[in-house]
Ligand binder design. Structure first.
Ligand SMILES: [Cu+2]
Length: 162
């Protein structure tokens, strides 16, 4: 955890009523823990209580997301329920096109690299995980699977925020 984020988390914990994830929004394989609040160029950690909309996303061994195009309103908080219907590990990672491309390159060099952020869901075969994310900025963003080779095989989708 970086110092900046540690300070941000500390500030949020100190604030009564600050946006914190519900325990039931915990990701697969993790104890029910609040997601850290992160701010990015494509949005911020969502408050599950404000997620009025649920989008179900399927990931398959055909290296495809379904749906692979999602439109949201600026400011909207979306609960992504991400299912892996394949037999191999997949993940849904939100970001800009450049961030995903750079990250995919890094994964090639360091395949075992551990990474976990509130805008990522790593999902084992047959499992389901959730991402709650608020799209605070308008624009075109993406989601990709960065398991080695998957992104390059076309495992990417687009999110239009307007
Ligand atoms: Cu994949």
């Amino acid at each position: 955890m970086g110092i900046a984020r540690a300070m941000l988390v500390a500030a949020l914990v100190a604030l009564p009523g600050a946006a914190r994830a519900h325990g039931d929004a915990g990701k697969q394989g993790k104890a029910a823990a609040a997601q850290p609040m992160v701010e990015t160029g494509f949005g911020r950690t969502g408050d599950p209580r404000k997620a009025a909309r649920t989008v179900r996303v399927d990931m398959s061994d055909k290296m495809r997301f379904s749906p692979d195009a999602i439109t949201v309103k600026q400011g909207e908080t979306v609960r992504f329920v991400v299912r892996n219907s394949g037999k191999t590990m997949h993940e849904m990672i939100l970001g800009t096109r450049k961030e995903l491309t750079d990250h995919a390159e890094m994964m090639k060099k360091h395949p075992g690299m551990e990474h976990d952020e509130p805008y990522m869901a790593h999902v084992g075969p047959g499992k389901t995980a959730e991402i709650v994310w608020q799209f605070t900025k308008a624009g075109e963003f993406y989601f990709g699977c960065l398991m080695p080779g998957h992104f390059e095989a076309g495992m990417v989708g687009k999110i239009t925020v307007r």
